[in-house]
Design a protein around this ligand. Structure first.
Ligand code: ZN
Length: 338
């Protein structure tokens, strides 16, 4: 639990039965709004005792499938269908959502790299702290919906963190298989977010967390939204919150993981990125991944990029113009389960 008491509050009574729509208020004092607050949308659908699911999207503002899926769910689900409570925040980093950006324009904060947050920190740190200090203690399950944002296109994946406790991992794998995204990625927590993600904060609080990647490119994927909607309903039914939800059986989930640093392919130079493979493709070592074309004249040849390991292309860079160090691809490898 992070130190300090939150300065944020909600207009909802999260202990009340029924459906409520309102805001979490984030104090933000500025030149033209001295006593102002940032209103972060929240919905609560509660019906008596039972588990609580915390459903989140818009942690990165330019990722849209989850924002729309959660808005539809919050409007559609009525309290009589619920046993327990569903807390929905479809635009968690609201300033980033309003700007259509991954980061908050208020502080350049990347919410899913700032957990567990700070009570007296920047606006984005304060949101992370509110989630950890107020919402996670209420929650029995977290589902955090993402996609690749403007810079990545993602093959639909569900992700969990392997904390090294076999029973916990088995429970998360079960939930991931019920969610039913085509790929289930098991992370050892050593990836880009490490211990600073909502998933990591939930794990530290003992709350099972699923993260989903549903599309990308700053656009909206109907297929990704459908995967999210079906997955949410199946998981909520499985944990008893939506006992009568009509759901299809989950499709098979291919269990995979990131194997080593060379699972990520980075741009070696500046130029225009020509990919030779697409998300969902299976690739082998030595296969052409793409090329970077110099922008300062056709007399300079493009620089070829080859994969150095086999895997499934989980994501690729979406914008063509590329700088050295930009992530071009991430590969996943099959998990051999005993
Ligand atoms: Zn994201």
């Amino acid at each position: 639990m992070p130190a300090g008491e939150t300065h944020m509050w909600t207009t909802l009574d999260l202990e009340r039965d029924g459906k409520q729509h309102g805001f979490v208020r984030l104090p933000f004092s500025s030149d033209l709004s001295a006593y102002g607050t940032i209103p972060i949308p929240i919905a609560c659908i509660r019906n008596g005792d039972g588990p609580t699911a915390l459903l989140v999207a818009g942690s990165h503002g330019d990722e849209y499938e989850g924002q729309i899926a959660l808005g539809k769910l919050a409007r559609r689900i009525e309290p009589g269908e619920v046993r327990g409570r569903i807390v929905v925040l479809p635009a968690l980093n609201y300033p980033a959502v309003a700007a259509g950006r991954r980061l908050s324009p208020l502080d350049e904060g990347n919410l899913n790299r700032l957990f567990p947050g700070k009570a007296n920190g920047t606006p984005t740190q304060m949101i992370a702290h509110y989630v950890v200090s107020v919402l996670l203690p209420l929650s029995d399950l977290v589902i955090d919906l993402h996609s690749g944002g403007r810079s990545l296109a993602y093959y639909p994946c569900c992700l969990i963190r392997d904390g090294g406790i076999a029973t916990e991992t088995a429970r998360l794998v079960e939930l991931m298989q019920i969610f039913g995204a085509p790929v289930g990625s098991i992370s050892d927590g050593a990836g880009g977010g490490a211990s600073t993600t909502l998933s990591a904060a939930a794990q530290a609080c003992g709350v099972p967390a699923l993260t989903a990647e549903l599309g990308g490119g700053g656009s909206f994927s109907p297929k990704g939204e459908a995967i999210a909607t079906q997955g949410l309903c199946r998981v909520l039914r499985h944990v008893g919150i939506l006992p009568n939800a009509q759901t299809e059986p989950p499709p098979p989930v291919r269990l995979m993981r990131v194997e080593g640093r060379d699972a990520f392919v980075y741009a070696p130079c500046r130029g225009i990125f020509e990919p030779c493979v697409e998300i969902g493709d299976s690739v082998h070592p030595g296969q052409c991944a793409g090329a970077i074309h110099p922008i300062d004249g056709p007399h300079r040849p493009p620089q070829a990029i080859n994969f150095t390991r086999p895997g499934l292309v989980a994501c690729r860079r979406f914008p063509a113009l590329t700088n050295p160090g930009d992530c071009l691809f991430k590969l996943l490898s099959d998990v051999e389960r005993t």
